[in-house]
Design a protein around this ligand. Sequence first.
Ligand code: ATP
Ligand code: MG
Length: 254
Amino acid sequence: MTTLPPPRPLVSLRDLRVELGGRPILRSITANIGRGNVTALIGLNGSGKTTLLRTLVNEYPHKGTVQFHCGHDHSRPYPEAVGYVPQRLTLDARLPLTVGDFLALTLSRRPLFLGISKKVRAKSQAMLERVGVPECLNVPVEGLSGGQLQRVLLALALEPQPELLLLDEPAAGIDFKDQKKFYELISSINRETGVTVLLVSHDLNMVQAHAHDVLCLRDGAIQCQGHPTEILTPINMQLVFGAEMHMFPHRSGA
Ligand SMILES: Nc1ncnc2c1ncn2[C@@H]1O[C@H](COP(=O)(O)OP(=O)(O)OP(=O)(O)O)[C@@H](O)[C@H]1O
Ligand SMILES: [Mg+2]
């Protein structure tokens, strides 16, 4: 029996180095982000997870190589679209905008004071339905719950359909039940669209349940990478987090 070679990664990082404020933050990262996979990026606070995501969206200069292999023949050098849900929303939440206005600002070229076209309104409604918050269209952004806001941001990141979806602690601050639903939503979007997902998470049980691959950072360097069952072991977690970790799988229906 012949063994097929692993599929070409969507992103290859080779000796990636990033310095910020004169300090090395990412140190010689070499890793592949598997095409069509959900890859979880884990590590302690300050280990460089956000820096890695921001480097992928070209926010930080780097040394070494970041190579994309996009398109049908994998030869296109950049993704047509990258969806990004940042760790923190820099938008002033006190802006008197409804979710519908907020989405229209991204979807429409015409100024908001001319009103929102029916087409854009319908599109916004469909985007919210896709992420399970159809009731939020006329809600002020500042009135959204943490879980609703994350879903609205996810809806934006999915438009236009990205080849790569970067999610930086997308479920932080959401209660356990909504968190579980949020991860299930990401998994179903990954299955249905084949989008490659790189997500930062501190919830190792969710990582175990939903990721195909885990990338562990410690002090800006890769400590280990592999399938969750190989990686999320007490010994590895001791190496990554420097503390004893025990995994308690979430019970279904909890
Ligand atoms: N713009 C910047 N200038 C200087 N240092 C920075 C900058 N951004 C991040 N850093 C530093 O880089 C290191 C990694 O930060 P980063 O935000 O990538 O960590 P993280 O793994 O995402 O942490 P957390 O889990 O807390 O979100 C930290 O020490 C941080 O202080
Ligand atoms: Mg971070």
